[in-house]
Design a protein around this ligand. Sequence first.
Ligand code: NAP
Ligand code: ZN
Ligand code: ZN
Length: 348
Amino acid sequence: MPIQTKAYAAKSPTTPLEPFSFERRDPGDHDVAIEILYCGICHSDIHQARDEWGGAKYPMVPGHEIVGRVTRVGRAVRKFKAGDTVGVGCFVDSCRECPSCKKGNEQYCTGHVSFTYNGTEKDQKTLTQGGYSTAITVDENYVLNIPKGIPLEQAAPLLCAGITTYSPLRKWGVNKDHKVAVVGLGGLGHMAVKLAAALGAEVTVLSTSMAKEGDAKRLGAAYFASTKNEKTFETLSEHFDFIIDTVSAPHDLNSYLNLLKIDGTMILVGVPSEPAAVHAFSLIPKRRSLAGSLIGGIRETQEMLNFCAEKGIASDVEVISPQKINEAYERVLRGDVKYRFVIDLSTL
Ligand code: NAP
Ligand code: ZN
Ligand code: ZN
């Protein structure tokens, strides 16, 4: 029997999200049926609900920072059982055969990836729907175990904001010998600060909001600088080994690139809707690199969750009822979020 599911969906790019009902598939042999407890609001949800990246599919139930409880499992499922606390991130399936999938980098699958919402299932036809909903059915290989000790509402944002910042920090080997700048102190930014500090790096937050200085330091940053102050770009010139750019809106990359040392790397994780112009001289004279990084694979996501549990790291959240989703979107756009909205689905 399909699972009757309540949700909030966007029906068009210009209308607010509204209550919506649909059916989730009954768990097949390899599936885990999950009752969703919490789902984070990622800025990517807003970009996609409003079709800022193109190709949006409606009705769209956003949400890819999902934490819930297993209600039922298919008969071939080995990793989970009813009652387990689990997570689902940004994708719910991939081809499983390409070199990326085989390496555990499912996010870079060269076949078909089923993104958790605004994508399609394995059949490449059925729309996927995300976590602003009461239930989800997912193949066990794409489900994460939430380690004990992390409060569930604070664990939800780790499934996207956590892994998206952890993955590049690990890929580029960030450690105690490095000075790291985090640009933008929002959902991703606040996790980047916590994780880079936990890896031993000296972290500086570069923010447009002077009022976030106290929080930046509480979260683990050694330094804070306002990007509204032109002097910041002189004082910190050629200062950093790495810059993690989490900014969601258009901004000048060149002024940030100039803050990198020789051989420094700036990693883009934020996705503004407009392309940016990069001057070759921002890179060439100091042999700098400009890179990007997309979420993380299943294995690495589990590693990140275990790392967070071990280090006592979780997200700073404001829990809201589903009725407040549209208001929360407006507040995210105003930068009024500390530092992730998480929807309590038990009230839907
Ligand atoms: P968020 O909570 O809204 O944080 C973005 C931060 O960027 C804001 O808090 C603000 O920080 C800064 N900012 C906003 N507008 C700015 C502007 N005009 N100029 C300079 N700074 C500005 O968003 P999020 O959920 O962290 O997501 C950030 C971006 O990452 C989004 O574009 C999202 O789609 C993308 N994303 C990418 C991946 C990936 O795999 N690469 C995964 C998830 C999300 P201050 O107030 O400190 O300046
Ligand atoms: Zn996200
Ligand atoms: Zn693949």
